[in-house]
Ligand binder design. Structure first.
Ligand code: PDD
Length: 286
């Protein structure tokens, strides 16, 4: 089924949707994005994604083209027009096009480009991968220094995903100065002695919306969370490991660089966290 996508105020069949070749998103990866998951036709943790979108745009000096109510209306229309039940809404805002290629930003008042499309992913919640868990490999983190801004510069994360596939794994964890930063498109966690451990927020990682939700849930479950970096060796010796993202939710990691964690099966903490996360997000979705 062809999707109906949103481009700058218009709803178009995907084959008819386009942006100018001089768009800075295309020429310079000068843009930001958000991915909001959809369960039961409703948006998961929408306010968090819009707050981060506003931060990303602000950090790059791109004017936010809509307020939260406007974004909500667009997201809901994307879901409705595509009869989306389970999956995600992808949103991208670029600095727009000045009609030529130039390193200097276009003049103030150049309208940003806004694109929204849906991705149907039946089985997002009841994901068979969550029953077996992911295998990850480690790769050097050679990304830029403002990973807290959710930009569309995703070439290296895409390369890391392919390196993982070539190694027979599902994903890659980035390592910088001997410490894990995050996954190719998710935040990385380990569980040791009943405590959840994940890297503290800084410009080195994306401030995951799912990460924040899992922190809140862990507090409600009276689980201790330690925000600190860890090494691959510590992760390989941990009881469990997991990643969090808007599309993976809470995904068990069962092997790192070919070393099985514990039994090599998803453990009790991650299994419980995933169930509680999905239940809570389903309930609170709008
Ligand atoms: N990726 N870290 C990176 C580098 C990411 O790209 C993502 C999300 C996350 C998790 O953030 P959140 O919990 O807000 O989804 C962490 C999205 C899903 C993507 O690129 O498709």
């Amino acid at each position: 089924m062809s999707r109906i996508v949103h481009v700058n105020g218009k709803w178009l069949p995907e084959a008819a949707a386009s942006v100018p070749v001089f768009d800075r998103g295309f020429l310079m990866a000068d843009g930001v994005y958000e991915v909001t998951s959809v369960l039961d036709g409703r948006l998961v943790d929408f306010a968090g994604h819009m707050a981060r979108l506003a931060r990303s745009l602000d950090a790059l000096g791109i004017v936010n083209p809509h307020d939260d109510a406007g974004w909500l209306a667009l997201h809901r229309e994307a879901v409705a027009r595509n009869a989306l039940v389970e999956g995600a809404v992808y949103l991208q805002v670029t600095r727009g096009s000045a009609g030529d290629r130039d390193f200097a930003y276009p003049p103030a008042g150049t309208p940003p480009t806004v694109v929204l499309f849906t991705q149907s992913k039946p089985g997002l919640a009841d994901n068979p991968a969550a029953r077996s868990g992911w295998k990850v490999i480690s790769v050097p983190d050679i990304r830029w220094g403002r990973r807290d801004i959710k930009t569309v510069q995703l070439l290296y994360p895409a390369m890391a995903k392919m390196m993982a596939r070539e190694a027979g794994a599902d994903d890659a964890w980035f390592v910088e100065e001997g410490l894990v930063t995050e996954g190719s498109s998710n935040n990385a966690w380990i569980v040791a002695n009943g405590r959840l451990i994940t890297r503290a927020l800084s410009p080195e990682i994306l401030h995951g919306i799912t990460r924040a939700a899992v922190m809140r849930l862990a507090a409600e479950m009276q689980m201790e969370v330690e925000e600190r970096a860890f090494t691959i060796a510590e992760a390989q010796a941990a009881d469990e490991a997991l990643v969090t993202s808007a599309t993976a939710f809470v995904m068990p990691v069962v092997a790192i660089d070919g070393v099985d964690l514990g039994s090599g099966r998803p453990g009790p903490v991650v299994t419980r966290l995933r169930a509680i996360y999905i239940e809570e997000m389903r309930r609170a979705a709008i």
